[in-house]
Write a protein of this length. Structure first.
Length: 227
């Protein structure tokens, strides 16, 4: 518990993955993919409860075996491809028999997140009573990026003159999916998980691997074996 705040972690894990079927329970090195996230959350001293929200009985059994609570099965209408994650989170919070102050959303497809990034995000959210997301720096400057037009190209930015050296460009970041934290009161009030008012923590190099395909999975295995 941090500053007398009760902190709930929710790990959303649908059964219907099209890019990599069965990915949440697929063995990564020595344990199911979802287990990496469950075990990290249980190592965090700030977190009071780790809940997996799933519609899949196999995922539920694996989650329980690796230390997560699965107090309910997610309704089918909240487990479709088009169902917003936010709706599943609201359902989870309302379905629990206890009240919590802070929600931590951890996607099972980011197994390389570190305890340091997780704890930093939680501390910042509690300290500022605000939503926090983890971000990573883009490998390429936005000034170098463009859309393909019918004839030629159209730069994403309209900055002139554009820097030609990366060192001259202002760093740009993207939401990497490793960690989301927000006051539960904000979630229940309908506020978005991420908007322009969100605070950020920068993930460490190598954390931001999001597994959607078999190539992502194999790349993640490669990185873990290298460690």
């Amino acid at each position: 518990m941090l500053q007398n705040k009760k902190i709930l972690t929710v790990i959303p894990a649908r059964g219907g993955s099209k890019g990599l079927p069965g990915k949440n329970v697929k063995t990564l090195i020595d344990k199911p993919l979802i287990a990496w996230t469950i075990e990290l959350a249980n190592r965090c001293e700030f977190i009071d409860r780790v809940v997996v929200s799933t519609d899949d009985t196999d995922i539920a059994e694996v989650a329980k075996a690796h230390g997560a609570d699965v107090p309910f099965m997610r309704p089918a209408e909240l487990a479709t491809d088009s169902a917003p994650t936010k709706d599943a989170l609201v359902h989870c919070v309302n379905a629990l028999d206890e009240n919590y102050d802070v929600l931590v959303l951890l996607q099972p497809t980011s197994p390389l997140r570190t305890l340091e990034t997780l704890q930093t995000g939680i501390e910042l959210s509690v300290q500022e009573n605000a939503s926090v997301v983890s971000v990573s720096e883009s490998a390429k400057p936005i000034e170098w990026m463009f859309y393909r037009a019918e004839k030629g190209i159209e730069y994403v930015t309209q900055e002139h003159p554009r820097p030609t050296r990366r060192q001259e460009c202002k760093p740009v970041y993207y939401v990497d999916g490793c960690v989301y934290v927000m006051p539960i009161s904000d979630l229940l009030a309908g506020k978005p998980i991420f908007d322009e008012n969100a605070l950020t923590v920068v993930s460490q190099s190598g954390e931001a691997v999001d597994i959607d395909t078999i190539k992502d999975f194999e790349f993640c295995e490669f990185l873990l074996k290298g460690k």
